[in-house]
Each structure stands twice: as C-alpha cells, then as structure tokens.
Design a protein around this ligand. Structure first.
Ligand SMILES: [Cu+2]
Length: 682
C-alpha cells in the first residue's frame, strides 16, 4: 500500500513536471543567400538570412520545438549535433528523420534533458559547407559557474568554389589545393631544408607515402561568427567572459589563441570537466569547448584568434576597446621535417621527443600549454561503466588515402559495409586505429562516449573525438538507446567519400519505409562516378586521357596521335584491389605507318617503393611488357615525369602549371620525338 502511494505521488509529479515544461519555439526559414566574403559573390545557404544560423537556446526541462521552412529548391535537413534526443528527431535524412522537402516545413520537437554548448547543421549533401550551421545553448536549471557574461564563438571555413566542385577537385588530384595553400612540397624546398628533409622524403617514398597532408581543402577565408574580423567593444575590463567555442568548420581544425591571457576550459563537448588552464586551444572539427577568459584591467582591445591548423589563414575577434593587443601569429608547420606519424625528424633531440607537429611552437614561446590529444582533460564526475554489463569490443581501422580520395572504416566505405551491430545493455568499445596520414574527428550521434585518455574514472565524455595520424584512440559507451545512429568522420569530405557507418541496435531495428530507402539510396547512389579529361596539343603530337572513377573502378581511354597516320589508343577497365594494386583488362589499337594492330590486354598496376608506378601487361599475342613511370614536383609549378617500358619506348616530360586548367609541356618521346605544347585539364 505504501509502495502504491509512493508510486502514485511520483507518477503525479512526473505528470505535473511534464505539464509545466516550458515549450521553447523557433520558426526558421532556410533559403539561399548572396554572400561576399572575399570579393566574390557566392550563392550560399542560410537560416533566417544568417550565417551562422541564429542561436537556439533553451534550458534543461524545456521542450524545444523548432520549425524549419525550406525555401530552397533542394531538400535539406537539420541534425542536432551532440544532443541526446529521440531517434526520430536526430535529423539524418531518411535514416532517422524525413528530409525537409522543397517548399515544405518540418518541426523538430524534443525535451531538453542535458545542458551544454552544441550546434546544429544540415546533414544533406555538402550544405553544411555552404552555411547551414548554428549554435545551441542548453542552460542548466541552476548556473554554477562564475562569470559576468558569455559569448558564442562559431568557427567555420569558407570557400567561394561550389563544394561539389571542391569534391571533384579532390578526386582528380590528391594535392589539388596545395598551390592555393602555398603548400606545394616540391624538391627545391626539400633540398633547401637540408639532409634531414631529404632523408625524411626518401623514407616516406620507400614506404610508398607521398607528401605530408595537413588539410584537404584550400579555403578562401576562416570565420568567427561569420566574419573574418569583428570586435566586441562592450566587454568590461576585469570581467570574466565565458566563451562557448564551436568548430563548425567543414574540414578545418583550429587553434584558438587569446591575447589577454590564459583560457580555462570548463566544458568539453558540453560536458563539465575539471577546469584546466591552457594558453592555446586546439579544437577538432565538430567539437565544442567552453572556456572562461578574463579581460585584463587595462582598457584595450584583446584579440581572440582562430588559426586554421594548416596556418593558411585565421579569423579575429577583438574584445574590449582601445589599443589593439594581438596574438603572436603561429608559424606555418614545416611539412618537410615531420615524419608520417607527424613526429619531428629534426636533428634537435629535445624537440624530437614528444612534440608532434600540432604543437610546434614559435621559437620563444616554448612553454605554451596546449592539450595534447585530451591528456589532462578530466571529467568532473566519474564516467566508469558498470563492469557487470556484457561487453562488445570492435576494431575500427580508419583507412583511405588522398590518392583516390576514398575514406573508409576497415577498408570499406559506407556503401560497401553500412552497419555496425550492437545490442542494448552492452558496454560497447570501439578501438579506432588510424592508418592514414590525416586526422579524423570521429562523431557518434545520440550518445556520449568515454575517451580512454589515461584519466581512469575521470575519462572525459565526448560526442566527437580526434584520432591523430597513425595513432589509436579507444572509446566506450553504455548502449542505452535503440534503432539506428549515424557514426562518421566529421570532415565533411571524408564522410561523403565513405568514412561512415550506421550503429544499429540489432534488437530494435527501425521499421519504416523511410529507413529502408536510406539503405537503398546507399546502394544505388552511394558510390558516384567522377569523370575527367586531359588533352594536349603539341608540336609533335596530340595526346589525351579520359577517365571515370568511383571507389574501386576506373574506366580509362588514352590516346596519342602524331597528326599524320600514326596513333596509339588504349581503353581499359581497372578494378582497384588495394591502395597499391589494381587489375585491368582492355584493348590497344596501334597504327605505325601502314601497319595496324589490335590487341587484347590484361595485367596489373602496382605501386612500387619510391612511388614508382609499375604496369605489367600480357597481350593476345602472348607478349609481356613491363612499364614503369613516376613524377617529381621540382618546384611549385614545375613537374617532371618519365615513363619507360621493356619495348624500349620512353618519354620524358616537363610540365609548367600556368593555372589549374592549363599547363605548358615540353617532352621527348621515343615514337614522336621532341615537342612543345599546351595541356588542358577538364
Ligand atoms: Cu576523416
């Protein structure tokens, strides 16, 4: 009886709590917006005509109700990044939630059950790069931090080019943006960096690794709250300001520096941590950090600067008024003296020990404190999982490379392997082993996981974790949800190119047509083709290449023609078996003076150490031929390539890139002799 009474009281309380929950509503329009950030007018995407979108703010206990009207002529969606919410409100189009169709409205509604700084963004195509992102503040019922005011700091990256074109460029050429970023790793610079750099490059080539990649895209600007430069004159000297820093960049990591002193981290990914002071904050894509800064007593304008990790640009916000106090600019990382796991190969032993490139310092600021991959980041509360739960452990290798611009888990893209099955009630542990040269910010929807960073019971809870090149990060979480949750690299271009999975609770499969459509779409459209062409007009010949590729297949047509009656045409289909091995078959038509030969050919392409491409082929006349080729970037714009085969045919070519569309070439070919001309890239 007593139990029943208590039960009824609790039940009534729950009802009244629900009845009294305040509904916080927003009405937003998603539409195109003409933007001009760097002198070029660009059709971007905005929410309520703003980039970033307006802040969504509510407090724990509220019900959030946000309606979006899609005024664009393409469908869209909104994902609530880092928020715990019902599966059908998560906003991954088709997987969990209906897309917001053209001309339609959609209302997301969910209870706010935890506090923190988060963000929302489109999960459709590459729209996030175009501007559909905004901040979320969920306030606690009772504030327990001490500060005078707070500011939201949304970091993002901006490119004038259409993101679809960006993706195509990355598919075409692994270092497409290096010229734009002033980061071409050419031999003249390697030599200028001396013996350690030469050795380093040789060692990399020996294990078939190309130049170091820090970032994929060459951006036109980096933004704080949509601006390259801004100021906040109203902050008071001596006051404490809470900054809610969100990295909404599509593919940029940032360093945040503050000219007024240290920053005290109080929350990471919206979760309270034991306060830790840093001089510089490094923030991976899609993470959030809350820090408290002090505005010095002296009335001046103190710079808060977000520098992209590749140090190709930055955005500044000035806090306070008066004389400007700037941040000491970061030095560009030297890619020539960093090995494949981003360790310094410099001869200076003290530098060599522990500092990876991300913490390369200005020579006289050697005591700068930056959190090194979450070491020293400690949750305020114990986060240990119940040891009695059944356990599931999975190795997820982060795989892929810049060469074909394919990114994957365990060598398989989302379209090749779509699900990771787990069960409710398990302690799930993912071992994330990065086998690539790039950082990957890995994000799980609808959950917080512990990052096993050596802090034991205080391991921090996060929704996004950075996994550095050639390093392993272990995460674990208690599986207390249901249905399907997206799990992916938050570098937008990596996600789009395969580094994604669905974490499915196998005991509660979603059962609706929408979800079925998601998997159908992956199968039919999940591996798009990209087509390219090169053609050259030279004094001695015309040559060209047309190719189409997706994750594992390539169709290639190659031709040479000497303006008389000699030509050579190859048409091949190649299947990529691994990063280094491809198997092909096709046909060759060759005409020398008056002799025409048609041959069926098959063979393998294999990348040899020192990055020499070998092609071993066997033709219908029973003849073998081995062909070798390679190329070297001599200077920023000059490239040398050679090709030689066992029929003693050869070609040497020097190419000067006028721009990304046109190169001037000069070559010597065993069949066509010397020539000069132009090479055009389509
Ligand atoms: Cu990635």
């Amino acid at each position: 009886m007593r139990f029943l009474t208590r039960f009824i009281i609790v039940y009534l309380c729950l009802i009244s709590a629900h009845v009294h929950a305040e509904v916080v509503s927003y009405q937003f329009n998603i539409d195109y917006k003409e933007m001009n950030i760097t002198g070029e007018s660009v059709l971007a995407m905005s929410i309520n005509n703003q980039i970033p979108a307006p802040t969504v703010e509510a407090k724990v206990g509220d019900v959030l109700k946000v309606t979006f009207n899609n005024l664009m002529d393409v469908e869209t969606s909104i994902h609530w990044h880092g928020i715990l919410l019902p599966n059908d409100q998560d906003g991954v189009p088709y997987l969990t939630t209906s897309p917001i169709k053209v001309g339609a409205s959609f209302t997301y509604e969910f209870p706010v059950i935890h506090s923190g700084t988060y963000w929302y963004h489109s999960h459709t195509g590459l729209q996030e790069q175009r501007g559909i992102y905004g901040s979320i503040i969920f306030n606690e019922k009772q504030q327990h931090y001490q500060y005078d005011e707070e500011k939201v700091i949304v970091l993002s990256d901006w490119i004038n080019e259409n993101p679809k074109q960006v993706l195509r460029n990355l598919k075409r050429e692994d270092d497409y943006y290096s010229l734009k970023k002033d980061a071409v790793q050419s031999w003249d610079k390697i030599i200028a960096n001396g013996l350690p750099a030469l050795k380093n490059r040789f060692n990399r080539a020996r294990i078939r690794m190309g130049a170091m990649d820090i970032s994929d895209v060459g951006y036109d600007a980096f933004l704080i709250n949509g601006k390259q430069q801004s100021s906040n004159e109203d902050v008071k000297p001596g006051s404490k300001v809470r900054l809610r820093i969100i990295n909404a960049g599509a593919s940029s990591y940032f360093y945040v520096d503050y000219a007024g002193g240290e920053m005290t981290i109080i929350e990471a990914d919206g979760v309270a941590v034991i306060p830790v002071k840093v001089d510089r904050l490094r923030i991976a894509i899609a993470e959030t950090y809350d820090v408290i800064i002090e505005i010095p007593q002296l009335e001046k304008a103190y710079e808060l600067r977000a520098t992209s990790e590749d140090v190709t640009g930055y955005a500044s916000m000035y806090l306070g008024k008066g004389e400007v106090v700037t941040v000491k600019p970061l030095e560009k990382p030297n890619p020539f003296l960093v090995d494949h796991s981003m360790h310094m190969v410099s001869v200076d032993k003290s530098d060599h020990e522990n500092h990876n490139m991300m913490h390369m310092k200005h020579k006289n600021e050697s005591d700068i404190k930056v959190l090194n991959e979450y070491k020293g980041l400690r949750s305020l509360t114990h986060t240990t999982l119940d040891v009695n739960n059944p356990k599931r452990e999975m190795l997820l290798r982060l795989t892929g490379s810049m060469e074909r611009y394919v990114w994957s888990f365990n060598d398989k893209t989302l379209s090749e392997d779509d699900k990771i099955l787990i069960k409710k009630g398990e302690n799930v542990r993912f071992i994330l082993k990065n086998e690539t040269m790039m950082h990957h910010p890995i994000h799980l929807h609808g959950h917080f996981f512990r990052v096993l960073n050596g802090e034991g019971a205080h391991s921090p809870l996060k929704h996004t974790v950075n996994v550095p090149p050639f390093q392993t990060v272990v995460i674990e979480f208690y599986a207390n949800e249901e249905k399907d949750w997206f799990f992916h690299c938050h570098n937008l271009y990596h996600m789009k190119n395969g580094m994604a999975r669905v974490v499915r609770y196998e005991d509660s499969k979603p059962n609706n047509d929408l979800n079925t459509l998601f998997y159908k779409n992956i199968n039919t459209n999940g591996d798009p083709w990209y087509s390219f062409a090169d053609t050259s007009f030279q004094s001695n010949m015309m040559a060209g290449e047309l190719w189409s590729m997706n994750t594992r297949n390539t169709f290639n047509i190659h031709y040479d023609f000497n303006y008389e009656d000699e030509y050579d045409v190859d048409a091949f289909y190649e299947r990529r078996m691994s990063r280094f091995l491809g198997v092909f078959f096709g046909a060759n038509i060759e005409r020398d003076s008056d002799d025409v030969s048609n041959t069926i050919v098959t063979g393998i392409n294999y990348t040899l150490p020192l990055l020499i491409e070998s092609n071993l082929r066997f033709d219908s006349y029973g003849k073998f031929r081995l062909e070798l080729q390679s190329d070297y970037q001599l200077s920023e714009r000059i490239n040398f390539d050679w090709i030689w085969n066992t029929d003693d045919e050869y070609r040497f070519q020097i190419k000067y890139d006028v721009n990304k569309k046109i190169s001037a070439v000069i070559n010597n070919d065993s069949d066509f002799d010397y020539g000069v001309g132009l090479l055009i890239h389509f």
